[in-house]
Design a protein around this ligand. Structure first.
Ligand code: HEM
Length: 462
């Protein structure tokens, strides 16, 4: 049996409160991962990743390495990657200007956004000194990997254990793309190892922050993985092998790329559709940044509650991830709302329903950022900030909730705010003549716009 929480036709139980109980109160019980997911991928592809590990020792070590105090996604460290974000922003703005000249003023945003996000995650993963052409090579291979992986999953759903025999061409294609990825990532790992050896005895890897020199600087995910020891049952401590590192790097770059870039596309679709929203963001920015400032800086963002409300409203109304990326599995028999859910049962949470519950939100299908602007002020005179983690109650859960909550939450929110703010600061966005923005959804691994966003942009003069 499979349990779905949400209100889709095949759903057994529909209630936000149940999601809260399952994910937060009984988090450890609902924190497993079905074994079936691991069987899909061949053995050379390691299963030692955060998302695929069941709740327990290995999961804890890998997750702490990612988001704990020594990790690259540790929230206070996120701002220290501002040089990478600025490099990505400059490229994105230049690309949009080029595209708008070719397209007589209008641009399609999906590919430029995707390239910006993959560049950011790539540089965070493999080191901030890598050239643009390597990013492009990786992006092309990664795109192929995503396409082929989707075929693999379909083949597995149809033929289960026999998929490699029944769908031999898919298997060959998968082997081929894995080879390319292995070679590419292997070369990044070697380059990073060499650079570390060169720096040994001298520079601390975190100390400098140059972004263009060949001796890189900011802590990268690869650095943390190369140093990591994992206890593999029976008290045996091992360092990660190359297959583990490969899988962890893919886990770092792949899901984040599509989810952040799709989320950014939804934000900008609403900005273009509702000119009042754009005007409010721009007016808020004008009140907090200095005159003539060329771009919105990281520290400016915390003075922009309206911008944050727009991002939250977009994630509520259009969560990019629909079913929690990987299904949860119940690790022991548990009772939920009178249902006995047996150990080993996969449980899916239909994320969009959680944020569109009419019992919790007025006019849930309306795009209304003001709903996040609480009139209560706390002691410091700052606006109360909506708790997106769901720790107190679940009203929406674009990043999941509980122990398995997305470790990329902090970096994703920060990147979304930074990029959306700067896109409005650099350009005025308007509808292409005679067109409206179509907010219909296309549901896949992420929920994308059915018709990719196209808009006119005019650089703002300052
Ligand atoms: C807008 C951007 C993003 C959204 C909406 C999103 C959403 C999600 C959701 C819904 C889950 C499932 C949580 C659960 O199982 O309960 C998840 C898990 C995960 N996400 Fe994200 N994600 C985003 C960005 C990222 C980024 C940038 C990274 C890494 C750099 C990342 C890495 C992961 C990992 C490793 C997990 C598995 C966590 C675990 O099993 O403990 N995500 N994400």
């Amino acid at each position: 049996m499979t349990v779905y929480l949400g209100s889709q036709p095949n759903v057994l139980i529909a209630d936000n409160n149940l999601a809260y109980q399952a994910l937060v109160k009984k988090g450890a019980v609902f924190g497993g991962r079905p074994e079936g997911m691991k069987k899909i991928f061949p053995s050379r592809f390691s299963h030692k990743t955060v998302a695929l590990s069941s709740y327990g020792g290995i999961w804890r070590v890998l997750r702490r390495n990612l988001v704990g105090t020594e990790g690259v996604l540790y929230p206070p460290r996120i701002k220290s990657y501002s040089h990478i974000r600025k490099r990505v922003l400059d490229n994105l703005v230049a690309q949009l200007i080029r595209d708008s000249k070719d397209g007589q003023g209008h641009v399609y945003v999906r590919e430029p956004f995707r390239h910006a996000i993959i560049s950011f995650l790539f540089l965070l993963c493999f080191g901030d000194n890598i050239d643009e052409n390597k990013i492009q090579e990786f992006e092309a291979t990664q795109k192929r990997f995503t396409v082929v992986s989707t075929r693999v999953i379909k083949a597995y759903v149809i033929a289960q254990k026999l998929w490699k025999t029944v769908f031999k061409s898919v298997w060959n294609e998968f082997e081929d793309v894995l080879n390319s990825i292995e070679i590419l990532i292997g070369s990044f790992i070697q380059a990073r190892k060499k650079m570390k050896q060169k720096n040994e005895g001298g520079n601390n890897i975190e100390s400098s922050s140059s972004s263009s020199s060949s001796s890189s600087s900011a802590l990268s995910y690869i650095d943390t993985l190369l140093e990591l020891d994992v206890q593999d049952g029976n008290d045996k401590v091992n360092s990660l092998d190359e297959a583990d590192i490969l899988s962890l790097c893919l886990e770092f770059v792949n899901p984040g790329t599509d989810s952040i870039s799709t989320a950014l596309q939804w934000v900008m679709a609403n900005v273009v559709k509702y000119s009042g929203v754009q005007a409010n963001i721009f007016s808020e920015m004008n009140q907090v940044v200095e005159q003539g400032q060329e771009w919105i800086k990281e520290n400016d963002l915390q003075k922009m509650p309206y911008l944050k409300a727009v991002i939250l409203e977009s994630l509520r109304r259009h969560p990019p991830v629909n079913l929690v990326t990987a299904p949860h599995m119940v690790t022991e028999d548990v009772e939920l709302a009178g249902y006995l859910i047996l150990k080993g049962t996969p449980v899916y949470f239909w994320i969009p329903d959680m944020g569109r519950d009419p019992n919790l939100w007025d006019d849930p299908m309306e795009f209304n950022p003001e709903r996040f602007l609480s009139s209560d002020n706390n002691k410091n005179g700052q606006q109360n900030i909506f708790d997106i983690t769901g720790n107190k109650e679940i009203k929406m859960m674009p990043f999941g909730a509980g122990r398995r909550i997305c470790p990329g939450l902090g970096v994703s929110m920060h990147n979304l705010e930074y990029l959306a703010a700067n896109l409005v600061w650099c350009f005025e966005w308007t509808l292409v003549n005679g067109e409206n923005v179509d907010l219909s959804e296309k549901i896949g691994l992420t929920t994308d716009l059915k018709n990719p966003l196209r808009a006119c942009i005019s650089p703002r003069v300052r």
